[in-house]
Write a protein that binds this ligand. Structure first.
Ligand code: R5P
Length: 297
């Protein structure tokens, strides 16, 4: 089945790698900003076969989300029932429940908006809570998790490695990477005050003495979570600490904060372009896309 891969401004590199992987044509969505700040997009040519639109939602998330919604609607007008969205980094995914009364479930709003705009299928990478997709989407979808890619990057580089999740919720991700690496895994306890945002770390009983620790998380935003986990591991005698994440959102000097906490290397995938985005998710996205299209067509 032929496809046409469309790229939004945020995702030109990854969309090009995806199109190279499927052997399909790559088209850039046109974009302008009106004098009052509103976004204008245009699909410059009709798709051949299925339209695959790639748009990652890293900062500025709100702008990029509007651009993605507009492009989805425009594509669905020329390719009804055949618009697959690839959203490498899904913004707002961490607000997946009402932590405090009166809050929105932001991930629900984003997912339902993408579907309402005309998406007939959706692929995301390492979404914060995978069950959000089941819960809020009625279109076919895939969550591509780059645990094999992360493990391959670190294969042979670590001595007696322990893969560490920065909190219990991230344990499954650490387990998957550890399995590919043939290593042990564990987690530390992190508590974040929902109102003040202050993060406290309590050590859990893991033995890191003399071992290389690889901390694996989905998102690095301020770098605070990784830095705290690294300091804890080093305090407990780890030989070296390395950090890997899927999405290097990295705001406010995050990399400096992590490196100054003693982390030897920070590595991320290319869902968000950055100086540490050294691992591509393109081959896994190609696989996910083929499996999704098998289900849809
Ligand atoms: C939180 O639930 C996420 O999984 C990450 O741990 C978090 O987003 C990291 O944020 P930061 O880099 O600001 O500590």
């Amino acid at each position: 089945m032929p496809m046409t891969v469309y790229a939004l401004e945020s995702s030109g590199g990854l969309a090009a790698r995806l199109a190279a992987g499927t052997g399909d044509r790559l088209v850039f969505v046109e974009k302008k900003e009106f004098p009052d700040g509103e976004t204008y997009v245009r699909i410059p040519e009709k798709p051949e076969g299925v339209a695959v639109l790639v748009g990652s939602l890293y900062p500025p998330q709100d702008k990029r989300l509007v651009e993605l919604l507009l492009a989805t609607e425009a594509l669905s007008a020329v390719s009804p029932d055949r618009v697959v969205l690839v959203v490498p980094y899904l913004a707002y995914a961490r607000q997946d429940r009402r932590f405090l009364e009166g809050e929105p479930i932001s991930v629900k709003v984003v997912l339902k908006s993408l579907e309402a705009a005309g998406a007939s299928g959706l692929i995301v990478v390492d979404v914060h809570k995978p069950s959000s997709l089941e819960e809020y989407l009625s279109i076919p979808h895939r969550n591509v998790v780059p645990s094999r890619e992360i493990a391959e990057y670190f294969s042979g580089k670590l001595s007696n490695p322990l893969v560490l999740a920065p909190d219990a919720g991230a344990l499954e991700r650490a387990r998957a990477v550890a399995e590919h690496l043939g290593a042990e895994y564990d987690y530390i306890v992190k508590e974040r005050d929902r109102v003040s945002g202050e993060v406290k770390v309590r050590p859990r009983s893991f033995d890191v003495r003399g071992r290389d620790v690889l901390i694996v998380d989905d998102i690095v935003s301020t770098g605070g979570t990784m830095a705290l986990a690294a300091r804890e591991a080093l305090k407990q005698g780890a030989a070296g600490v390395f950090a890997a994440c899927s999405h290097a959102v990295m705001v406010r000097g995050a990399l400096d904060l992590m490196l100054s906490s003693g982390i030897k290397e920070v590595v991320a995938t290319d869902t968000v372009p950055s100086q540490v985005s050294k691992i591509t998710v393109a081959p896994s996205l190609v696989e996910g896309l083929r499996s999704l299209l098998d289900e849809m067509l």
